[in-house]
Every structure is written in C-alpha cells, then in structure tokens.
Write a protein that binds this ligand. Sequence first.
Ligand code: PGA
Length: 247
Amino acid sequence: MRKKIIAGNWKMNQTPMQAKQLCDMLCPQLEHAAADVVFCVPFTDLQTVLDAVQGTDIAVGAQNMHFADQGAYTGEISAPMLKEMGVSYVVLGHSERREYFAETDSAINQKVKQALAYGLTPIVCCGETLEQREANITIEWVRMQLKLDLAGLSEQQAKGVVIAYEPIWAIGTGKTATKEQAQEVCAAIRTVLGEMFGKETAEQIRIQYGGSVNAKNAAELFAMPDIDGGLVGGASLKEEFAQIVRS
Ligand code: PGA
C-alpha cells in the first residue's frame, strides 16, 4: 500500500516573513495528516520553513538544485548544501524549469542521481503540452521523458523517487485534467516504470498528479488507483492546502 504524498510547490512566492506566516497558519491544520506532506519552497525560505515545521511530520523540499557537489556554478545550490540544512526532498525537472531555464532531460537525469546519492528524495516532473495532447502523443512523450530522466538508476534507487505527472496545459490555468485523463497517464507511467525497474518496484513508486489541484477536485483525483497524491502550486499558498491534504 503506497502512502499518499501531497507536496506544495510554492514556486517563486513568499518572502521569509511571509513563509513564516504561511507555516504558522498551515502547520497546526496539518497535524496527524494521513499523507506525507512536503513544503517545496524557495531557497531563501528553506531555513525559515525548516524551523517552522520542527516537531511536526511536515518535510521540506527545494525546487531545484545543481548536479555537481560544488564548484564554479555561480548562483547554483548543491545537494550537500540542501542535505546539511535538513532538506529531504527536491523537485526536479518541473516544466517551468524546462521551459524558462532550458533544463534538459540529461541534466535532470544527472540531478536525480545526485539527489539520490545525497539521500534527498527527488520529485521528478513530467507532462505534455496541449499541442502534444491534441496530437495524441501524450503517453509516448511522458514515457520518453521518464526513460531519459531515470536512466541508469538501480531498482533500489528507483524506489526512492517520486514522480509528478503534470500536464503543462493544466498548470496554473484552472484547467484540471479529468480524473480519467490523469489516471490514464499515471497508469502508463507505472507501466514504463515496470519496464525499467520491474513490476514490483513500479508498484512501490509514488506518482503524484499536478495541475490546478484544488480542494474541490483533490479527493476524486487522489482516489484513482495510480494517483498517489498531488503536487500543488497555487492552492499550496492558501489555507486550501490543508483541505487538500485532508482529502
Ligand atoms: P498549479 O501548479 O497547482 O498552480 O497548477 C502545479 C505545479 O506547477 O506544480
């Protein structure tokens, strides 16, 4: 039985002071949650949020990192830096990073391996554009992304990964995939994971849905057999996030 995992992707929102206020509002409401809960926050909020969630079961994640241990990469943050702070998750390959920062599958693959090497749980994002969905290549596209992003992982390593299926046309648009659309792709993701790492491993890997998840649609999405929770953007900055977790 896979435990559900609900992660808030704060994106580039919340100054440290605002982050503290948001945590003070959400943390008491998230006590004794039945799901794993993660706040994926900007680098500058990490310490504030780590302090704010102390003594709760809430975990903290970053939204990106570099694949090298250290070095001349101005502006970047490494896995050992995150690890030493007490961060336990990192979102990798979000479509906004792929689109605006030209992140490639090969770089994402290196980052996934680096995160695992440092004991961070990568939340690896995949998903199609509207154009790809309309051209009926959604499943081929997502399969290709995962084959590249997770290339070279052992079965044991694959178990330590969370996948987030996020159709790009559903992100921040208020246009959620139907539960059937989301289930179809998440099931296809589990199939490709099975081909790569064996069926038994694939059954253990958690797959989130992301894209305009809100308090109204969360319960029906999370009830689908291959959807093990959500990666929540806009609604993670509001009290609504606690309602989503309760779903
Ligand atoms: P959204 O974002 O919930 O605002 O659509 C989801 C995401 O990009 O992770």
